[in-house]
Design a protein around this ligand. Structure first.
Ligand SMILES: CC(C)(COP(=O)(O)OP(=O)(O)OC[C@H]1O[C@@H](n2cnc3c(N)ncnc32)[C@H](O)[C@@H]1OP(=O)(O)O)[C@@H](O)C(=O)NCCC(=O)NCCS
Length: 180
């Protein structure tokens, strides 16, 4: 349930982080069904029915539950139009968080993803006691690597994994609390 202590919305430079809503199914599907955006992501495109149920669940999901992901919206501050989304994960021991992000193509190239992730990092460090936040990306995902480095994260690990039946290299980036 969304409560009075809900930490959203939060305003960043040119973006607002807010709850996702079932009412924005069309906007959500317009970028979540873009195969190129999902290429290196843990999620796959959903049917409209599944996306609707997902948006409903995320519109009221409690944030920062150990062992769970929650997805929040990146929106345009004036119109509240959906630009993308951010996944927030808290490890079962609540000592580490992880972040994932997606921006619709029309919103890319303006620093909005960077601003949204910077604001999400602030939100994580304010709302939890985690020691660090991780961002994990495919080594071929140059836009994601550039964003992670722009927000001050540094690479701590390079590992070979199998993803969707393909062997690939995954990079683990981290931002520690005192660096945030
Ligand atoms: C990762 C992703 C969000 C990055 O999007 P992006 O638009 O490149 O990132 P930003 O919104 O931060 O914008 C950065 C770009 O805007 C430019 N820019 C303009 N004004 C800027 C500003 N004030 N601050 C920062 N960058 C600015 C930067 O130079 C950069 O452009 P460049 O790539 O040509 O150098 C996007 O590529 C995406 O959604 N990819 C698919 C999903 C995915 O793979 N996510 C990562 C999984 S971990």
């Amino acid at each position: 349930m969304t409560t009075v202590s809900d930490p959203l919305p939060r305003h960043g430079a040119g973006v607002v982080l807010r709850r996702l809503s079932v009412a924005e199914l069309a906007a959500f599907q317009s970028y979540r069904t873009d195969a190129e955006l999902g290429r290196y992501q843990g999620w796959s495109a959903m049917s409209d029915g599944d996306a609707c149920a997902f948006l409903d669940e995320m519109s009221k999901a409690p944030l920062f539950q150990p062992g769970q992901w929650a997805q929040i919206a990146i929106a345009e501050p004036q119109t509240s139009a959906l630009l993308g989304d951010i996944g927030l994960y808290l490890a079962p021991d609540a000592r580490v968080a992880e972040i994932g992000f997606t921006l619709a193509r029309h919103a890319q190239g303006r620093g909005l993803g960077t601003a949204a992730v910077q604001e999400a990092l602030r939100l994580i460090f304010l709302s939890t006691a985690v020691e660090c936040v991780k961002g994990i990306t495919d080594a071929r995902n140059h836009a994601s690597i550039a964003l992670l480095e722009r927000v001050g994260m540094h690479k701590i690990e390079e590992r070979t994994v199998e993803f969707r039946g393909e062997v690939c290299v995954e990079l683990v980036y981290v931002l520690k609390r005192h660096e945030g």
